[in-house]
Design a protein around this ligand. Structure first.
Ligand SMILES: *[C@@H]1O[C@H](CO)[C@@H](O)[C@H](O)[C@H]1NC(C)=O
Ligand SMILES: *[C@@H]1O[C@H](CO)[C@@H](O)[C@H](O)[C@H]1NC(C)=O
Ligand SMILES: *[C@@H]1O[C@H](CO)[C@@H](O)[C@H](O)[C@H]1NC(C)=O
Length: 490
């Protein structure tokens, strides 16, 4: 046998095997290689939309943005979302079972069925994480949506940093003439208020500090709860032709679902609900325990997380921000309140409100902050990769807008303000590196202060749009009620 004689068959065998492997690999390859357990950076946790931890977003305590030459901070107005919370009732009821099933199937796919892809499969460490995952028994329905320990720290540490930065405003002991606090009716906003106060005045300070009571129609902190037009728009976003739903049908999103499913060893595509369940628990666990690894975060690669983030951004953009023409007006009461407090030297020096993500989003829209030149749409994911509107950056847990009034030596414009979003100065093009002349602030937001918020906040269709309508409506209700009662008695 010549050399060629025996080399040829071997070469062809090798070629044959590679060809088979190639076909095989092409069939079941999904994604980039990624091992979450070995990733100490875990940068995707900055893209968890409104369940992003505040710790990975907020501005640095060593930042000097708040220091303005020839100016002294004189007032502090804050609108804050509650800190990290537990899931809501429905999630606590449904997630444990759904996740147990998914975990068992994934492990079965890898251990027994051997349907994991050749390229882009989960690493052994990640699988082990998943193997040892259990639902935290402390997370039960009786504590649904409660503030967590981390949520308490979010607000307490925020208060301490702000007190350090603006010590001229926060000096001295608590004085009810100088401080105004308010929160919505929820446990998580009330606890956030208490944590904030503890950060300012020391342990258990909330025992002797009261927040103002919540009015029956809280149009300052939850205007969207009293606006039928807002609900109608929300319904509109559930229609098939909304940008969100178009995105859910787009090749980009469907491919992502398919990739996630393939990577977990499924020979069929998981549903959006199943993907959501895994993403939700990943985001919650990461926000509850910052230093730990959440097994469920290992089921997504970084680029898949970005796609899921965009889906959420589309929802919020059309519900609470520039994609909804009324979002800015909804925040009328809040903007007017900020203008009222910051427009005068006397009165309370610290005003702090504790509310929810939607309020922060409509307030930012009212300010005209972080507006993109191009609207977010179902079909421009790639073009919008560097967008300003990113719910992770705007409204993580404990997100907040702090507006600080400065008294300055400038003879023409002695009053200036800086708007801080999550402890980072907002850069408006009408301000100088974030420092805004008060006269310009007044001009920019005139329509909220000159207008009648009762008429404006819900485009005239709000609950308290007019006393007349209200009285008329009450009359009708009473009449119907009366008839109803009368019939019952018969
Ligand atoms: C559950 O709550 C108890 C008591 O507050 C605490 O000691 C424990 O660490 C919690 N368990 C988990 C898994 O967080
Ligand atoms: C899963 O989704 C992808 C992308 O839409 C599609 O090409 C594929 O056929 C689906 N797989 C199954 C098994 O239905
Ligand atoms: C603010 O007012 C001062 C004094 O009138 C002026 O010099 C400055 O240009 C103004 N700044 C901005 C950003 O308009």
């Amino acid at each position: 046998m010549t050399r060629i004689g025996w080399i040829l068959p071997i070469v062809s065998i090798i070629l044959g095997i590679s060809a088979v492997q190639l076909v095989h690999a092409q069939n079941i390859r999904c994604c980039e290689d990624y091992c979450y357990s070995r990733d100490h950076d875990r940068s995707q946790s900055k893209h968890f939309a409104t369940k992003t931890s505040y710790e990975v977003i907020h501005g640095s305590s060593s930042s000097r943005e708040h220091i303005v030459p020839n100016c002294i901070p004189s007032k502090f107005w804050l609108l804050s979302r509650h800190g990290t919370r537990l899931p809501g009732k429905k999630d606590i009821e449904l997630l444990p079972q759904a996740l147990n099933n998914l975990r068992n199937s994934i492990l079965d796919n890898y251990d027994n069925r051997r349907t994991a892809p050749d390229i882009g499969r989960m690493c052994a460490d990640d699988l082990d994480l998943l193997r040892s995952w259990r639902w935290d028994r402390n997370v039960s329905v009786e504590y649904e949506s409660f503030l967590t320990d981390q949520g308490w720290s979010d607000l307490k540490l925020l208060a301490r940093r702000e007190k350090d930065r603006f010590y001229e405003v926060f000096n001295g002991p608590y004085d009810k003439q100088r401080y105004l606090f308010r929160h919505t009716k929820a446990q998580r906003t009330e606890a956030s208020f208490k944590a904030f106060v503890e950060g300012l005045f020391g342990d258990a300070a909330y025992n002797f500090i009261n927040a103002d009571p919540e009015p029956s129609d809280d149009t300052l902190l939850k205007p969207y709860d009293f606006c039928p037009a807002y609900d109608a728009n929300k319904d509109k976003n559930k229609q098939p032709d909304s940008e969100l739903n178009k995105f859910l049908r787009s090749p980009m999103y469907l491919q992502t679902l398919s990739d996630i499913s393939t990577r977990l060893g499924f020979r069929y595509n998981l549903s959006t609900d199943q993907i959501e369940a895994m993403w939700d628990i990943c985001r919650y666990e990461q926000a509850w325990h910052l230093q730990q690894y959440s097994p469920w975060c290992s089921v997504f690669t970084k680029s898949q997380v970005n796609v899921l983030e965009y889906k959420e951004d589309l929802k919020y953009y059309y519900q609470n921000s520039y994609g909804y023409e009324r979002s800015a007006d909804l925040a009328c009461y809040a903007v007017a309140d900020m203008m009222k407090h910051l427009g005068r030297a006397d009165g309370q020096q610290v005003i702090a409100y504790f509310t929810h993500e939607s309020e922060i989003q409509i307030f930012l829209a009212a300010l005209g902050a972080l507006k993109d030149r191009i609207a977010l749409r179902a079909d421009n994911y790639y073009a919008m990769q560097n967008r300003n509107f990113r719910s992770s950056e705007l409204t993580p847990f404990a997100s907040n807008v702090a507006v600080v009034r400065y008294q300055c030596a400038d003879p023409v414009e002695p009053v200036k303000v800086i708007f801080f979003l999550n402890e980072k100065a907002l850069m408006f093009d009408w301000c100088r590196v974030g420092l805004c002349n008060w006269s310009e602030v007044v001009r920019r937001y005139e329509r909220f202060t000159k207008g009648d918020c009762a008429k404006m906040y819900c485009g005239g269709s709000g609950a308290s749009s007019s006393t007349l309508h209200w009285t008329a409506a009450m009359g009708v209700v009473l009449a119907i009620g009366g008839t109803f009662l009368a019939q019952q008695r018969l």
